[in-house]
Design a protein around this ligand. Structure first.
Ligand code: MG
Length: 248
């Protein structure tokens, strides 16, 4: 069921979204060679708790941490570990959610660690821009397929591929709500968007093929061909005209 948020609910979504966006800015300041992903998780959990919120990911389907931390060819859902130490030249995708007053925010970014290759930087930039290409169509009255198609077209025109097995989602009282929001699709098709819908739009972009597989921990999603992968996500509110990004 797709929920249309009331004015009061939207205020709560804004509050949860602000904490979610801000925690990423705090994490970013700590990303450098030699830092473990467990340390980044601790930073995130402390920040979220200090703002009267809870980490949405912790215990979600048994997930053991407050953030997902996915370096290099890991696509999403990497489990933070003291044994995963960031190295110069890595890229690291951080996905985080915060729940405040019963409502969730969800956002992700991919960051460079130290000095990275021009090609890795281009992947990060294209992934981020694909989100902004998509949300040009995320307005009241448009079709969800317009958003999906715009993301796919931008990514593929830059020589990369969009992951098919994982998609964005509605969000609100639950971190994952209807509808699914694929990063590939056809213009003019799918759900008609309406004011008051809140969606997590999250292109996952591989430098190589779109195929992914899951490691033995049953969480970590990696590219099948070992190519780099980047992620960019925000929670948005559909309105008349331009959407509002709640997690910047
Ligand atoms: Mg999400």
């Amino acid at each position: 069921m797709i929920t249309i948020k009331s004015r009061t609910e939207i205020e709560k979504m804004r509050a949860a979204g602000k904490i979610t966006g801000d925690v990423l800015k705090v994490i970013e300041q700590h990303i450098k060679p030699g830092v473990s992903t467990a340390y980044l998780d601790k930073i995130a959990r402390d920040y979220i708790a200090s703002h009267g919120a809870t980490p949405s990911f912790l215990h979600y389907n048994g997930f053991p941490a407050g953030i997902c931390a996915s370096p290099n060819d890991w696509v999403v859902h990497g489990i933070p570990s003291k044994d995963i130490i960031l190295a110069d030249g890595d890229i690291i995708s951080i996905d985080v959610g915060a729940c405040k007053d019963g409502y969730h925010g969800d956002a992700a970014r991919t960051y460079p660690v130290g000095k990275i290759s021009a090609e890795a930087q281009r992947l990060i930039d294209v992934t981020k821009q694909s989100f902004f290409e998509g949300i040009k169509y995320a307005v009241h009255g448009a079709k969800l397929g317009d958003v999906s198609a715009a993301i796919q077209e931008y990514v593929e025109s830059n020589g990369y591929s969009v992951v098919r097995d994982l998609v964005g989602h509605g969000i609100g009282k639950n971190m994952h709500e209807d509808p699914n929001v694929p990063n590939f699709g056809h213009k003019g098709r799918g759900l008609k968007l309406a004011s008051g819908m809140t969606l997590a739009i999250e292109p996952m972009v591989n430098a190589g093929g779109y195929e992914v597989c899951v490691l033995d921990d049953d969480w970590t999603v990696v590219t099948e061909d070992g190519s780099l992968s980047a992620h960019y996500e925000n929670t948005i509110l559909i309105k008349q005209g331009e959407c509002e990004i709640l997690t910047l």
